[in-house]
Design a protein around this ligand. Structure first.
Ligand SMILES: NC(=O)c1ccc[n+]([C@@H]2O[C@H](COP(=O)([O-])OP(=O)(O)OC[C@H]3O[C@@H](n4cnc5c(N)ncnc54)[C@H](OP(=O)(O)O)[C@@H]3O)[C@@H](O)[C@H]2O)c1
Length: 287
């Protein structure tokens, strides 16, 4: 199968390229230099030239503070960009896998969100991604929209620059005698390799739909850090930060755990508990 991956040099995109390539697919990885999502002409031209059977969009403007400061740009990339891609996919008859986020929810449910729950984003980023979801779902029938959460992988996240949470914690533990991490935000840390594997599995079906796609289980950032230190035998003094110690500049959901209801209902859920994914990531670090 011919597959085009947008955002191919990103944290998730790099693993998506590897996952489809490993299955024998003919993969073209597209970087920002080769395609501009917010430009309908660039999107259509690139897609028409490549004629992939499947397009995977991992690209987004997802730095939450930047999105808040530049709402027009955030919507141009995350909403209109998603529409541009959905129109191009429909034009050539390609399937579209599009990545969305847990930040479409406000967190007030305090229990895992299903695909049936009403979204209510708290910030520009979440609103622009939700708008992108709606454009994809209403524009092209052959879509998989995957909402994910707190991803980390071996390639750096380009938007946030530098280290993922695991690497940041391990670096800080080396530099300091102790640290304080918030327990007021609850997420489902999801390895990018797991999400990429789920995409490959879905791409072999025609179960087009909106899906929650995260690791099983959940934890606060503090619990995540504790598990990282336990698995790496790192000795450090880890404490819970006070709720007002690191005030967020932009509102975020304090609870954004997603339940993979649709995947489970269709017998397609491949995700494992977040601790297992973390253990594998740590085992493979540096290899
Ligand atoms: N990080 C998380 O915890 C998290 C959680 C939930 C959902 N997500 C979603 O997961 C996806 C992947 O995240 P990631 O961590 O892999 O991001 P990343 O490392 O920042 O990669 C994003 C990629 O998109 C490209 N890009 C940005 N704007 C573009 C545009 N206008 N046109 C074409 N390409 C563009 C970037 O290129 P340049 O860097 O060269 O601009 C980069 O290659 C995003 O859709 C994000 O919303 C992430």
């Amino acid at each position: 199968m011919k597959v085009a991956v947008i955002g191919a040099n990103g944290q998730l995109g790099a693993d998506v390229v590897r996952a489809f390539t490993a299955k024998g697919d003919l993969v073209t990885g597209l970087t920002h230099q080769e395609i501009e999502l917010s430009d309908a002409h660039s999107v259509l031209k690139t897609v028409q030239e490549l004629t992939p059977a499947l397009i995977v969009n991992t690209a987004a403007m997802h730095h939450v503070e930047k999105c808040e400061g530049e709402p027009e740009r955030a919507f141009a990339v995350n909403a209109i960009g998603a529409r541009n891609l959905a129109l191009a996919a429909r034009e050539i008859g390609a399937v579209l896998i599009h990545v969305s986020t847990d930040y479409v929810f406000d967190g007030s449910k305090r229990a895992a969100y299903s695909e049936q729950d009403a979204p209510r984003p708290l910030n520009v980023y979440g609103n622009s991604k939700l708008s992108g979801e709606y454009f994809v779902r209403s524009t092209t029938e052959k879509h998989f929209v995957l909402r994910t959460s707190a991803i980390y992988g071996k390639d750096a996240c380009r938007a946030k620059g530098g280290l993922n949470f695991v690497e940041l914690m391990l670096k800080l533990a080396k530099e300091r005698s102790g640290m304080r991490v918030v327990d007021s935000e609850v997420v489902s840390p999801t390895p990018t390799v797991d999400l990429a594997r789920q995409m490959v599995a879905l791409s072999r079906t025609d179960a087009y739909d909106l899906y929650h796609a995260t690791s099983e289980g959940s934890c606060s950032w503090h619990e995540f850090a504790r598990e990282i230190f336990a698995l790496t035998n790192t000795r450090t003094n880890l404490e819970v930060a006070q709720p007002d110690e690191f005030p967020a500049k932009v509102p975020r959901p304090s609870y954004s755990v997603l339940e993979n209801c649709a995947l489970k209902k269709k017998g397609l859920n491949l995700f494992r508990p977040w601790q297992e994914g973390l253990r594998e990531y740590i085992g493979q670090r540096g290899s």
